[in-house]
Design a protein around this ligand. Structure first.
Ligand code: 4AD
Length: 484
């Protein structure tokens, strides 16, 4: 059992706490230290003030007359330097321990930090045995190493930077849609449809003995969603621009570096589309707008990745931001693959699914920049994709965005809005009854529409250059692993 330890080390002459209750109102006298986050303290706005900072020790340097600590609370990559007299040093002040420090904020004589906290009281709130703690002071641990400790890796610089970037990128995605008049829709997590028709569903049922059909909790088989698309299509019948951003689940038995069983997807659905360009424009704009936001708001965190974790990747990101994403058709893509001297493991005949190796080659061929591939074989795409009615090679108006290092980042299509064509396709698949409500959308005020989904973790991999998708999500879920 974890035992909380609270030990206070203070300079005898100092006392700040003078709060009292007067007529039921709690008063704090002027000397009560102001509680600050590390990022606030570093901003320099409170120079000279008596402050209290709480966080975790990232380094301890005892010297003859002083002890120097670096304290971090997750609010910024940069820690706050604490300077204390040697009398405040204590063996419990170790790398990883949790502390509360009060003192005054001073301008730092060192160039590296603008501000330091001159401590007159240090309380060790939670001790940390540095021998047992899996991360060691001064060591730069690789992403693969820290992945073994999903319960502790947020204490490392790299993973805490990742979490701040992820949070800011989430804000950036929402901002993009808000600025472009999209309405956010909370599509359900539990659903009775298999949007992608790929059968990669997790079924939802209460635990217990096997359930017979008429005893299903929901009276029908229910699953964790593989995509919010069909629900977005419902709402796009009344709101011409909608989006959703939430967890998505796929029972893919894959250990790959770009697949998870639970991932976050950003999906948009747009009504009154005229061509696939209406979709590629939103995909490219959203990608660039979110990336610009992240680069501007997470300068130090992104630098940590681009300088120390994935050196050289910044050039790729800058090139992506400058490029105007080219568009090629699937047929052109297959031609490019067949004309190359590269030996691919998987076939490249017209009609084949593009695999990661093909996607990566196409990205390189297009100057290591994002590329849209459009008009895929009709038979490769789910029932909802719009038939291009072309011959002899029948294609659907579908589009994927392929990006450096990752391959497929977005998948989308125009949707089949024509009732006769859609019902024929559903009938062929024996799904006409299941999707009678979906056919209704084509019966009542149907309009040309389309949309796409962007894998949020793959987006983070793409802008940070992170090779393994498990390193960009707090708690990765994949086949044979559901830790914590
Ligand atoms: O291409 P997908 O399967 O498209 C759809 O689900 C559409 N219904 C979306 C839509 O049109 N509204 O998935 C979209 C994106 C992929 O391009 C990929 O980036 C990501 O979701 N993705 C995954 N990311 C991590 N792990 C997995 N297992 C993923 N499967 C798809």
């Amino acid at each position: 059992m974890f035992q909380a330890v609270t030990k206070t080390l203070s300079v005898a002459s100092t006392t700040y706490v003078c709060r009292g209750i007067l007529l039921g109102i709690r008063h704090y006298c002027k000397k009560t230290p102001t509680k600050l986050r590390v990022s606030q303290a570093l901003s320099g706005a409170d120079l000279g003030a008596n402050v209290k900072v709480q966080g975790w020790v990232r380094s301890v340097r005892p010297q003859k007359a002083n002890v120097f600590l670096h304290v971090n609370d997750g609010s910024s990559l940069q820690p706050l330097q604490v300077v204390a007299g040697a009398e405040l040093n204590d063996p419990l002040l170790t790398f990883g321990s949790a502390v509360e420090v009060t003192g005054s904020l001073k301008k730092s004589p060192h160039k590296k930090q603008p501000v330091e906290l001159e401590a007159d009281q240090i309380t060790v709130i939670g001790e940390c045995n540095p021998v047992d703690f899996p991360f060691k002071i001064k060591e730069r641990h690789g992403l693969e190493y820290i992945r073994q400790f999903p319960h502790l890796r947020c204490r490392t610089n790299a993973f805490s930077s990742l979490l701040r970037i992820r949070s800011e990128a989430t804000t950036a995605v929402h901002s993009y849609f808000r600025e472009n008049d999209f309405v956010q829709i909370h599509t359900p997590i539990i659903t009775s449809n298999d949007c992608e028709g790929a059968g990669e569903l997790f079924q939802v049922e209460p635990s217990g003995p096997e359930i017979v059909e008429d005893e299903y909790f929901f009276s029908v088989p229910a699953f964790l969603t593989v995509s919010g698309q069909l629900h977005l299509e419902v709402i796009s019948g009344a709101f011409s621009r909608v989006y959703t951003f939430g967890p998505t689940f796929r029972a893919e038995n894959s250990q790959s570096r770009r697949h998870l069983a639970e991932f976050y997807m950003v999906e948009a659905e747009i009504s009154f589309t005229e061509s696939i360009e209406d979709l590629t424009k939103v995909m490219e704009d959203m990608f660039k707008s979110a990336t610009e936001h992240v680069l501007a708001h997470c300068v130090e965190d992104v630098d940590l990745f681009h300088k120390h974790v994935t050196p050289g990747h910044r050039d790729t990101v800058d090139a992506m931001m400058k490029s105007s994403f080219p568009v090629i058709t699937y047929t052109e893509a297959v031609d490019i693959l067949n004309r190359s001297s590269e030996k691919f493991t998987f076939p490249t005949d017209w009609g084949c699914d593009l695999k990661t190796e093909h996607e990566k080659y196409l990205v390189k061929h297009c100057g290591n920049a994002p590329v849209f591939v459009t008009d895929y074989p009709y038979d490769l795409k789910p029932f909802y994709a719009r038939d291009n009615q072309d011959h002899p090679e029948r294609t659907a108006a579908a589009v994927d965005l392929l990006v450096p290092g990752v391959g497929e980042l977005c998948g989308g299509s125009l949707r089949e809005e024509r009732l006769d064509l859609l019902s024929a396709r559903l009938e062929e698949a024996g799904l006409e009854d299941t999707y009678s409500w979906y056919l209704d959308l084509r019966r009542f005020g149907s309009v040309p529409h389309g949309g796409f989904g962007l894998g949020f973790e793959r987006y983070l991999q793409c802008i940070l250059g992170v090779d393994n998708i498990k390193d960009v999500i707090p708690f990765p879920r994949f086949s044979h692993s559901c830790l914590l």
